[in-house]
Ligand binder design. Structure first.
Ligand SMILES: Cc1cc2nc3c(=O)[nH]c(=O)nc-3n(C[C@H](O)[C@H](O)[C@H](O)COP(=O)(O)OP(=O)(O)OC[C@H]3O[C@@H](n4cnc5c(N)ncnc54)[C@H](O)[C@@H]3O)c2cc1C
Length: 538
């Protein structure tokens, strides 16, 4: 991945011209103005502080070639991919870079690396794709003699499918496209497609309890984990690959979502499904967000939700028509719908069904009837297919927006159906007021991204003209939204995890005793405190 943004060189997605107009009209931004990232040779990088004996030990374990401390590799592991991460790295600040990047090739090597690091008091940051948006991969020294990123890219050989049991044992360092390609070769799919799919890994998904775009249908990654193998400084935690067990509290759950603070997930056995023969994605329109939410609640509670269910609020619907790669199609359909309904506003929903031809058609019919009864109007397959084509485009557009000096950030939460409408309003207001007093009114929008019988997740995106102190501007917005979420009793994160940025709100999630229990587990598994300091636990 590019050290300053998303994707690889040459993979940019240009902003559609309509989006440039919108930036000018709504954010008073000059679309021609550019705030480019500094060149690589001007990035400020501290000297590596890795003690020589530690470096030698590590090289003896993984070979010298796989202990890297060249400039580009260290800078590429200095931060994750949140907005503040990108602001800092684009401005040339790589002060958080690890002293070296270590690339083990096996669980045994991971074990030996952890032993060497514990002995030499070197902190270890497990690194999958580095797509964390909560500061999860940013190296923190916390009184250690050094800090290394443990990049798991070489742990990517195994994809072992049990076609009868529908499970697959996967190495942690496999990236999304490669994992899915190899599963498809054997006729199965994991069905896990986070927007970061192209640049995130199996181990990263499990370590952060990730949710994919189709997780309402296929299940979140935490629903798909049958077993994990986690190498900790105190030894290996390994769960049995069994469909269910009554053998006490499930220690799998200690590893899932542990964000690298307990150990290194080296492999996971995950539940897979037959690869779908048919896919049908379609658009629906609702008069307003409340009507759409209610219709989604009904389909979910009736057991009739689609695999992908996304409902944009009025602001996101309007903006995605102008900004999306599929803008023109969506816009035409949206206008047709608005004329049909005879009012302004309206919300676009995307529903996606995957499975056998017969299953998809049966489910569509049943879901469609419920959506129509809830006020929905079908827009046909074109908006759905347009969404499917551009489902991974967002992060590339973010680079384009940063180039133009635009703050663009996302955050997510989940709550019960009862509280969903109020939370949507409160977080939106918190973001608008935190950003409004600071210049041109921001654009704040939201969509429902995942459905559960008892509630749903809300995913907010906000844009504003960047201020002089871009990080202070971001902090004000993030704090306002997070405080509002915590005060409403909603979760501080539905799928991005805790990392560094949400630590302050972790106690509200699990309580004081809960934190102590997690600390006790960490002290037992990681007595020297080398595993990903400064993350997850306050
Ligand atoms: C543009 C964009 C879109 C995103 N969309 C989604 C989305 O749709 N759904 C979603 O859930 N998230 C999303 N994310 C967040 C991020 O992609 C997920 O958290 C993802 O699961 C991280 O995977 P990774 O391999 O990149 O992990 P990393 O970013 O490398 O690591 C994340 C955390 O897990 C730890 N870790 C990584 N690998 C291991 C391992 N093998 N063992 C132990 N600890 C490990 C790290 O130390 C760190 O704390 C998005 C991020 C971006 C930038």
């Amino acid at each position: 991945m590019r050290w300053w943004g998303w994707g690889e060189d040459g993979s940019a997605v240009p902003l559609p011209p309509a989006a440039e107009t919108l930036l000018r009209d709504r954010l008073e931004a000059d679309p021609a103005a550019r705030k480019p990232h500094v060149p690589l040779d001007q990035v400020s990088l501290p000297d590596s502080a890795l003690p020589a004996p530690a470096r030698e030990r590590l090289a003896a374990i993984v070979t010298a070639e796989h202990v890297r401390d060249d400039r580009e590799t260290r800078i590429g592991h200095a931060v994750g991919r949140s907005y503040p991460d990108l602001v800092r790295i684009r401005s040339g600040d790589a002060s958080s870079a690890p002293d070296a990047v270590v690339l083990p090739a096996s669980a045994d090597q991971v074990n030996a690396v952890l032993a060497a690091c514990a002995e030499h008091r070197v902190a270890v940051v497990p690194f999958g794709g580095g797509s964390s948006v909560v500061g999860g991969v940013e190296p923190v020294r916390e009184g250690m003699a050094g800090v290394v990123s443990l990049d798991l890219a070489r742990l990517a050989g195994t994809v072992e499918v049990d076609r009868t049991s529908l499970t697959a044992r996967l190495d942690a360092g496999l990236f999304g496209p490669e994992a899915e390609r190899r599963l498809r070769e054997q006729g199965v799919t994991l069905g896990h497609f986070p927007q970061s799919f192209e640049h995130s890994t199996v181990g990263g998904w499990v370590a952060t309890r990730s949710a994919g775009q189709a997780s309402t249908g296929y299940g979140r990654i935490d629903d798909l984990v049958e077993a994990v193998r986690c190498v900790t400084p105190a030894g290996e935690l390994r769960s049995r690959a069994v469909p269910a067990t009554a053998a006490g509290p499930d220690l799998r759950e200690l590893v899932v979502g542990s964000e690298g603070v307990l150990g290194v997930i080296c492999e996971a056995t995950l539940r897979v499904r037959p690869a779908p023969a048919a896919r049908r994605y379609e658009g629906w329109s609702f008069a307003n967000f409340a009507e759409g939410c209610d219709a989604l609640r009904v389909i979910e509670q009736e057991g009739a939700s689609a695999d992908v269910n996304r409902l944009s609020d009025e602001a996101e619907t309007g903006l995605s028509m102008a900004m999306g790669a599929s803008g023109s199609t969506a816009e035409k359909l949206g206008r047709r719908y608005l004329r049909f309904r005879g009012h302004e506003g309206g919300c676009l929903a995307i529903l996606g069904f995957e499975g056998t031809e017969e299953d998809v058609e049966d489910r569509r019919r049943r879901t469609g009837a419920l959506l129509r009864a809830g006020g929905g109007v079908g827009l046909g397959h074109r908006p759905g297919e347009a969404w499917l084509r551009s489902r991974y485009a967002g992060p590339y557009l973010r680079d384009e927006l940063l180039d133009r000096g635009i703050l663009v950030e996302t955050l997510e939460t989940a709550t019960s159906w009862t509280k969903l409408g109020d939370l949507h309003h409160a977080v939106g207001e918190a973001l608008r007021s935190a950003l409004a007093g600071r210049g041109t009114p921001p654009l704040v929008m939201c969509h429902v991204s995942h459905l559960y019988p008892s509630g749903a997740s809300l995913y907010f995106t906000f844009l504003a003209r960047q201020e002089e102190d871009a990080l202070a501007q971001w902090r004000a917005a993030k704090e306002a939204a997070s405080e509002t979420i915590a005060a409403a009793g909603a979760t501080i994160t539905h799928h991005h995890a805790i990392g560094r940025d949400h630590r302050r709100w972790m106690q509200a999630e699990v309580g004081e005793l809960g934190i102590e229990v997690l600390r006790a587990a960490k002290e037992r598994l990681d007595p020297a405190g080398i595993m990903n300091p400064g993350k997850l636990l306050p």
